[in-house]
Ligand binder design. Structure first.
Ligand code: WTA
Length: 634
């Protein structure tokens, strides 16, 4: 990481007008002096049915923001734009992989959502019920989310790449009553039958009463007439349903994310604080303009899709572009052709995608007119300075600022990022914490330091309110000495810019997908021939990190290419294809401390060719020789 400090800073005129800069410094200062007042002012930007009585009540680690305020998230994304010029503006512009197009104005989206809300009510969904959403990137995914919160239900969106088993686990943990899915989707020209996976997922679950199926691909699907209902059939009879009055602290959604144990955490977000934070940060970070066509490439199955495809942009009345398919279908210029065609002004994507585009070469983006672009965003993992510069030069023509945004599923909204008037950017740094955000680096002793653990030291409106059904894990995982521990390591330079180095716990980031090493290890150990497994993330030039698994087998088994293949398939079945190890190495024993803890750090050192750190606690030093030997053979 120290190299990145040597890079020159980049001054982008659109981020650097003097008048903006004075204004922004005043905003930072004001927010710093009175954080609560800053957030109270931001809260005025959304619509409340009943105003809040108290900005924050804080009983570490339990926050209540905008206490007793009443609002509805769907109302804020839709109804409040009706009767304004935004009603006729495009809310969603969609393109499918095969080139199909659909558009919905705010008025049309409002009507669709109101009617689907009525459908859900008629299916017996009540305030507080959970709805599972397993859909591709189609407008109905947005409709499903907004309809759920419109009637006070809590959605849990599960990324379409998760396997049946992963879907089942999430449905069960959430106790979801309704599952919303589609017949299928297209990816790289191939039909993927989501309905089949959904069917497998609910085979052995009791909570799902009805499955609403959207006809997307028109491919035939297996039909269970006691549970399955077509979306378009249900919508025929639907009336308009109004938005329920929700308390600021009523749950809005649960989103499962990986942690340091084998079991994913159901991160809970509530209505008021979340809506205030996502509305504010979308406006500040993307410096939104009336005629923006905004494209965040994240899937709605992840937090970026929740906050910056759906709630943040729609609450601000933006035109949101959605794309369903792959970046290289039919050719490697698909993104650039769509930017040209729809005149996209803001592009928000992940470093892994940028590095892939770099590998494909400049010719692809240079073949399209990208002059509509105004701002380029990055999210999900540290962006290396080379990728930052490539993005800046080749996609933004040295004109568009690259806003590197650091945040997490748990934070709900962007925490560290540059905003208009911010001043010079430094490739590889997410710059400063946003106004109202108290990001602090601390050392092992919990003292402020310039390098160490990234923490958030004061509550913020969109902070997670807990882990679903697991208050103890919430307290233990995140909170120490009144600070929220992010799990990331960071450094702060002399200008107060943050440089995030990545996870310091057993969470890895593969192509922007967050995975727990323990989650993958449990999947491997579950295979009948496996005795033990240790999973690490190793540097990968495109994916950021790739998964390497070290596996010891039961006595009767021997390692082989076939077994490696079977194990990879097994992980795909347990979690999803995106969690498959890139490499599996069979070893006699895992390196462990004398107390039996697997030494992943040592495995990482060997895998990345570093000098091996402290080995004094290692129980059996011969294990290291064995693993080193495997790498030499490789
Ligand atoms: C990493 C995604 C460096 C980080 C929004 C964090 C980043 C984890 C950045 C959260 C960034 C996200 N620079 N690292 N700009 N953005 N991360 O929950 O390690 O899927 O803890 O949320 O991604 O991943 P999650």
């Amino acid at each position: 990481m120290s190299d990145t400090f040597l890079k020159d800073s980049v001054t982008v005129s659109s981020l650097n007008h003097e008048s903006d800069s004075l204004q922004i410094e005043a905003l930072y200062k004001k927010a710093h002096e009175d954080r609560l007042e800053f957030w109270a002012e931001q809260a005025e930007a959304i619509d409340w049915f009943v105003p809040w009585e108290n900005i924050l009540s804080w009983n570490i680690p339990h926050a209540k923001w905008f206490e007793n305020g009443k609002l509805n998230a769907s109302y804020n994304c839709l109804d409040r734009h009706l009767g304004t010029p935004t009603a006729l503006k495009k809310a969603l512009i969609w393109e499918g992989e095969r080139g199909e197009e659909r558009c919905m104005s705010y008025q049309e989206l409002y009507e669709e959502v109101s009617r689907f809300s009525d459908v859900l009510k008629k299916l017996g969904v009540k305030k507080g019920d959970r709805i599972a959403i397993y859909l591709p990137m189609i407008p109905e995914a947005v409709v499903a989310m907004l309809s759920s919160c419109r009637i006070g239900a809590i959605h849990t969106v599960i990324f379409g790449g998760f396997s049946a088993e992963a879907l089942q686990n999430r449905i069960e943990d959430a106790g979801a009553k309704i599952l919303i899915t589609a017949d299928g989707t297209y990816r790289k020209g191939k039909h993927i039958c989501l309905k089949q996976t959904a069917d497998q997922a609910i085979e052995n679950t009791n909570s799902i009463e009805k499955v609403v199926v959207i006809k997307r691909t028109h491919e035939s699907v297996h039909w269970n007439s006691s549970k399955d209902l077509w979306y378009h059939e249900l919508m025929k009879e639907a009336k308009f349903a109004s938005a329920e009055m929700m308390d600021a602290e009523d749950d809005l959604f649960i989103l499962y994310t990986s942690g340091t144990t084998g079991k994913p955490k159901g991160i809970v977000h509530t209505t008021g604080g979340y809506m205030v934070s996502v509305t504010t940060t979308t406006r500040l970070v993307f410096d939104i303009q009336e005629d923006d066509i905004y494209w965040c490439t994240a899937d709605v199955g992840w937090i970026t899709g929740h906050s910056y495809v759906v709630y943040g942009p729609l609450s601000n009345g933006m035109s949101v572009f959605l794309y369903e398919g792959a970046a290289d279908y039919p050719q490697k210029d698909r993104f650039w052709k769509m930017i040209e065609k729809y005149k996209i002004t803001v592009l928000y994507t992940a470093p892994t995608a940028i590095r892939m585009f770099m590998k494909w070469g400049e010719t692809w983006p240079h073949g399209a007119d990208l002059s509509s672009l105004r701002i380029l965003g990055s999210v999900g993992e540290p962006i290396n300075p080379e990728a930052w510069m490539w993005y800046f030069e080749n996609i933004g023509s040295n004109r568009c600022p690259v806003v590197d945004t650091w945040w997490q599923t748990e934070t709900g909204s962007i925490m560290i990022a540059p905003i208009k008037g911010h001043g010079p950017l430094k490739p590889g740094s997410a710059t400063r914490a946003l106004p109202g955000i108290d990001a602090v680096i601390v050392d092992e002793q919990g003292q402020r330091a310039s390098r160490g653990y990234l923490t958030i030291s004061s509550p913020w409106p969109s902070m997670l309110r807990g882990i679903y059904k697991d208050p103890v894990r919430y307290q233990n995982t995140y909170w120490k000495d009144g600070r929220y521990f992010t799990g990331d390591g960071a450094m702060c330079d002399e200008d107060g810019y943050f440089w995030i180095s990545g996870r310091i716990d057993d969470v890895i980031n593969v192509s922007g997908h967050r995975l727990g090493t323990m989650e993958i290890e449990s999947a491997l150990v579950d295979y009948n021939l496996v005795a033990e497994a240790a999973v690490i993330g190793v540097f990968h030039p495109i994916k950021g990190q790739a998964i390497t698994a070290f596996v010891s087998l039961k006595e009767t088994a021997t390692g082989s290419d076939e077994l490696e293949d079977l194990l990879k398939k097994h992980v795909a079945m347990r979690i999803g294809s995106f969690a498959k190890p890139e490499k599996i190495l069979f070893i006699c024993d895992l390196p462990k401390t004398r107390s039996g803890k697997i030494m992943r750090r040592l495995l990482r050192d060997i895998a990345e060719g570093r000098v091996i750190g402290d080995q004094t606690t290692l129980a059996d030093p011969t294990v290291v020789q064995e693993i080193k030997g495997l790498y030499q053979e490789d």
